[in-house]
Design a protein around this ligand. Structure first.
Ligand code: GRF
Length: 196
């Protein structure tokens, strides 16, 4: 049966676009929903123009009430009968009980070769360390930040004159290939690691 996918974004949504554009033909999944914590996310306008269902859950409306934000995400998600969640530049940490509920059904893309450089500023950290290669990772989401089982990685060379921005652009282009490749397999129940 075709799997229903929710994609969570906070910004440009270029990975979301790559996933949506791949979910056609014999792909085992289809986009059911694009959810953002940020109404201004460029990816949300693209998704709307494309006729996709969108939901905005603004974390600022809940202030310090994390539980309220979390409950609203779960409530907004429920009607879409989603099978898989793809985090794609979603800049909020999801609570442990949500992560536990979606265990084995939620994946994320991270712009480093995990386990190196969990968290933010991955490209600057790779350059500061003098790394000669960089890349991106798609992994299952667990309670440990950027720490779940790895489903795929794509590598790029670091150039001597790279800045965090030029390296980020080179990695992002690979993210757009890696994430759809992994989702296609993951939705078909194949968790073998992809290496690009
Ligand atoms: C990507 O670099 C992704 O790896 C990271 O956030 C960025 C999102 O970019 N988690 P976009 O919104 O998909 O363009």
């Amino acid at each position: 049966m075709t799997k229903r996918v929710a994609i969570f974004i906070s910004g440009a949504g270029s990975n979301m676009r790559a996933l949506v554009e791949d979910m056609t033909g014999d792909h085992p999944a289809r986009p059911a929903l694009v959810l953002s914590n940020n109404a201004e996310a460029a990816g949300i306008s693209w998704a709307r123009q494309r006729g996709l269902h969108t939901e905005i859950v603004d974390h600022r409306a809940h202030g310090a009430d994390r539980a309220g934000f979390d409950a609203e995400i779960a409530a907004r998600l429920a009607p879409y009968a989603v099978d898989i969640i793809c985090l794609a530049g979603f800049m909020r940490v999801l609570p442990d009980d949500f992560v536990t509920h979606w265990h084995g059904r939620m994946i994320n893309i991270h712009p480093s070769l995990l386990p190196k450089y969990r968290g933010l500023h991955t490209h600057a950290r790779a350059l500061a360390a003098g790394d000669r290669e960089a890349g991106c990772t798609v992994h299952e989401v667990t309670a440990e930040l950027d720490g779940g089982p790895i489903l795929g990685q794509a590598r790029v060379a670091v150039h001597p004159d790279d800045t965090p921005e030029t390296l980020a652009a080179r990695v992002l282009a690979r993210e757009h290939v890696l994430y759809p490749t992994v989702l296609r397999r993951f939705a078909a129940g194949d968790r073998r690691k992809v290496a690009l």
